[in-house]
Design a protein around this ligand. Sequence first.
Ligand code: NAP
Length: 276
Amino acid sequence: MPDRTPRYGIIGHPLGHTMSPPLHNSALAHFGLPGSYQAWPIPPEALADFVASMRRSVEGGRPILGVSVTIPHKQAVMEMLDSVTGRAGAIGAVNTLYWDDGRLVGENTDCAGFCDPFRSGVAEIPRSALILGAGGASRAAVAGLRELGVQSICITNRTAERAGEIARDFSIDVVAWDERADVDAELLVNATPLGMSGESVQASPYPAEAFRPWQSAYDLIYNPLRTRFLREAGQAGCGVIDGLSMFIGQGLEQFRLWTGKEYSRESARSLLAGLL
Ligand code: NAP
């Protein structure tokens, strides 16, 4: 009998350290599901072969039932699939591959991940938000705020043109980077790497003196968990949301697409916070 044990994994290049394998393997074990989740470093020139092998795997051998997609493949993989969801199309990037009735589909669960703290009741849905940064995570955050029904969304970025592109794509407001502290937004979202462990760890995208106690700060960075942005927001009396919430939310949405099972965010958080 051929081995038909399912496989799951993450593709990217270079992959470096990723918390996705412990998250998904612990969820598989929790539900007693067969299979395992691995890290597959795939260079750009091997991406098409990987997608072809994923298609072949469901015909015979060990089927690849789900894949997480990270840098640099999030855009390139889109044209290799049978379809992408409307959400992934609007964001312009795919971070998840799953099978739907024999068709290979691309989804973007960063958007659901961004929304998770609001949908799970950890934080209140704001009426207005300012997004700092205009890369891939920023697009997922803007799409998420739209899905949550946030009325007023504004974006700012060091490079104004990139903020302008997102503002046009999503019909939101844009403000100059130097004027970001003047925006009266209930939620401030850090979608830049400022504050991430490494050489930017002491940096923050927002001036400490500009936080007001009725605001909340959401940092998409999860390493470290308490960034300078969140520390200074907390000191000013603001509510804070860390990036592990988004990471867990996007991962649990992937797991649900692949297995139909809802893994507990509390179990995921205690597992992953211990690994940081
Ligand atoms: P990206 O596409 O490279 O975009 C980075 C953004 O940060 C750009 O808008 C860039 O501005 C801005 N930026 C970079 N250095 C800056 C500086 N010194 N001063 C001011 N702005 C600066 O990155 P991304 O993929 O969107 O990721 C952004 C952050 O979100 C990262 O920290 C990442 O770890 C985090 N993230 C978290 C999750 C999660 O699950 N929690 C998921 C995805 C990403 P320019 O346009 O001017 O270069």
